[in-house]
Design a binder for this molecule. Sequence first.
Ligand SMILES: Nc1nc2c(ncn2[C@@H]2O[C@H](COP(=O)(O)OP(=O)(O)OP(=O)(O)O)[C@@H](O)[C@H]2O)c(=O)[nH]1
Ligand SMILES: [Mg+2]
Length: 191
Amino acid sequence: MTGPRTLPLTGAVTAGGRSSRFGSDKALAVLDGQTLLERACASLQGCRVRLLIAPPGRYVPPTPDWQTHADLRPGEGPLAGLESALTHAPPGWVAFTGVDLPWLTPGYWRTLSAAITPGHLSVQATDGQGRPQPLAALYHTDLLPHVSALLDSGERRLRLAAPPGRTRLVGGFEARTFLNINTPQELTVDG
Ligand SMILES: Nc1nc2c(ncn2[C@@H]2O[C@H](COP(=O)(O)OP(=O)(O)OP(=O)(O)O)[C@@H](O)[C@H]2O)c(=O)[nH]1
Ligand SMILES: [Mg+2]
């Protein structure tokens, strides 16, 4: 899936995990004829720059225009994946997600992009319970020093990547948007 580069963002898919709950590499698990990695990348195909954050050589990106970059500190979780994405992205906004949210769409990212406002450094969707979704969010590259400082201090929680006062929250999404695949059973639940 190619199409016009309509989103003035860097798209980044973090795929450096071990899929320990899934039992095999969940990035390569298939849903409706596409791997989870392909589905995540497809939602971001309209971005100007596309980054796959994973060990080089682990995956063949869905199209050749995805640049693969390793973590700066491997094995530390998605917050370290975000650090690598913010390091390798050109200055500006990064649409960041994982491989395990198979129902994200280009329209999802357009909605978050439309909510970018001066003074904010992150735009995050909220689910039906009002909880922010940091694994399918926009982050500004200006957050890099903050994210690196968190990691330096031993912090690993992705939800701390953006200070609440600098985060714009957006609600109103369909429930299945945030269905997250951690086990093979979750893949068989129809979104
Ligand atoms: N770059 C990078 N991405 C990661 C890392 N750990 C997890 N991820 C990615 O972050 C997303 C969500 O992580 P998890 O659901 O915890 O995935 P996981 O760590 O592979 O699975 P579990 O081992 O079951 O926790 C997935 O896309 C993972 O590939 C990491 O150390 N580095
Ligand atoms: Mg994990």
